[in-house]
Write a protein that binds this ligand. Sequence first.
Ligand SMILES: [Zn+2]
Length: 168
Amino acid sequence: MKLPEKIKEDYECGRISVHEYESKVFRFNKRQEFLEERAKEKQKNVMLRKRRIERDIENTRNTNEYLKYLEDECKRLGLNRKYKRREIATDVVQLVYEENIKKYGKLMCYLCNEPVKFGNDAVDHKIPVSRGGINDFDNLGITHSRCNSIKNSKTVEEYENYRDKNKE
Ligand SMILES: [Zn+2]
């Protein structure tokens, strides 16, 4: 971690006191730590999202393979039956939205119980994907994107403890 030349120069030329110098160095280091922490967090989120997408694709591929198998079996038995290819992940998400609106009369965040505007919404895994949660109807809930990013890789219980602690 390199200190900007400017601070060093100011100190060496006597433009700032040793106290000012130390406090500037301290603030600079704190800021660097914060930026590094944030970059790490961002990278982690990108990785989690990528893993979630990969899992969605894998689930869909498995379903398509199974449907193909059913079709082939029907053909073998001389049955003229067509199975529709379905994107399960998309269907489940659709259902989660419909059930949420049906239950509350409008879209609601299950984490903070406040209405959600479209565009600020996110689909949350109650048990996070990174902890083995799956794209199951029961494991999905609508949240604000803000609440969703605060919950991040916490379970619902961990999130509630975290929120209550930060309220005080
Ligand atoms: Zn919320």
